[in-house]
Design a protein around this ligand. Structure first.
Ligand code: AP5
Length: 213
């Protein structure tokens, strides 16, 4: 099974990933995580992506599509994938279809997590992340330890694109460039929309109902 996880920044895509990959036996592939891992490792790809990410802009399509094509060619992708944050433009969706078609595959579902902008901004600006293990916290909804050291020993920090200016820009970019993908997948009969309001557990249950019918 191949699921595209679509939704605005801060809707809870990363938060819902673990339950989804466990339930359906999928390999999680997050383009944002891949860019951040490259950024932390100081690779050329990371340096190139950094300027776009910190301004809340999308990394250019060509670079992103090549990266996903390579990732999908790895053995663990063969059992099925959860694509978090890709595609993000109609061009990326068309390229994804071509890459999958070459392997006799296709996207099964596009799962859209929807939430109003005001709640998104609260989730984004309050988010804190462990630099070592990637655990996600929220200053109000799931507060990190006071010393900002994760139980794994890693430093808990605020992502460079979670400040108010970059976060607001990401929401605008989402509406202009990514939101049209909902209609694109709807037209192909693949869209499942779920409200991302309420507790993570409520959202997980709603996702399960949407996918299992
Ligand atoms: P990416 O890393 O994909 O970020 P995003 O899509 O902006 O999504 P986020 O990670 O911000 O949010 P999320 O939905 O995963 O929310 P989370 O679960 O953490 O991309 C970053 C950047 O990389 C892009 O801006 C772009 O530059 C580049 N990029 C990536 N992919 C690209 C592509 N395909 N093309 C071009 N460029 C690309 O939750 C958020 C917070 O809310 C957390 O604190 C969490 O604890 C809390 N929370 C979650 N659920 C709930 C709940 N139900 N109730 C209360 N709090 C909750």
């Amino acid at each position: 099974m191949i699921i595209v996880l679509l939704g605005p920044p801060g809707a809870g895509k990363g938060t819902q990933t673990a339950a989804l990959v466990n339930r359906y036996g999928l390999t999680p592939i997050s383009t944002g995580d891949i860019f951040r891992a490259n950024l932390n490792a100081g690779t050329l790809l990371g340096l190139e992506a950094k300027n776009y990410m910190n301004q809340g802009l999308l990394v250019p399509d060509e670079l992103t599509v090549r990266l996903v094509e390579d990732r999908l060619a790895q053995p663990d992708a063969k059992k099925g994938c959860l694509l978090d944050g890709f595609p993000r433009t109609v061009f990326q969706a068309e390229e994804l279809d071509k890459i999958l078609a070459a392997q006799g595959l296709a996207v099964d579902y596009c799962l859209l997590l929807d939430l109003p902008d005001l709640e998104l901004l609260t989730r984004l600006t309050g988010r804190r992340v462990c630099r070592a293990c990637g655990s996600v916290w929220h200053l109000t909804f799931s507060p990190p330890p006071d010393n900002l050291i994760c139980p794994c020993g890693g430093e808990i920090y605020q992502r460079g694109d979670d400040g108010e200016a970059a976060a607001s820009n990401r929401l605008k970019v989402y509406q202009a460039q990514t939101r049209p993908l909902a209609a694109w997948y709807q037209k192909r009969g693949k869209l499942k929309t779920v409200s991302a309001s309420g507790s993570p557990e409520r959202v997980a249950t709603a996702i399960q109902q949407a996918l299992d019918g």
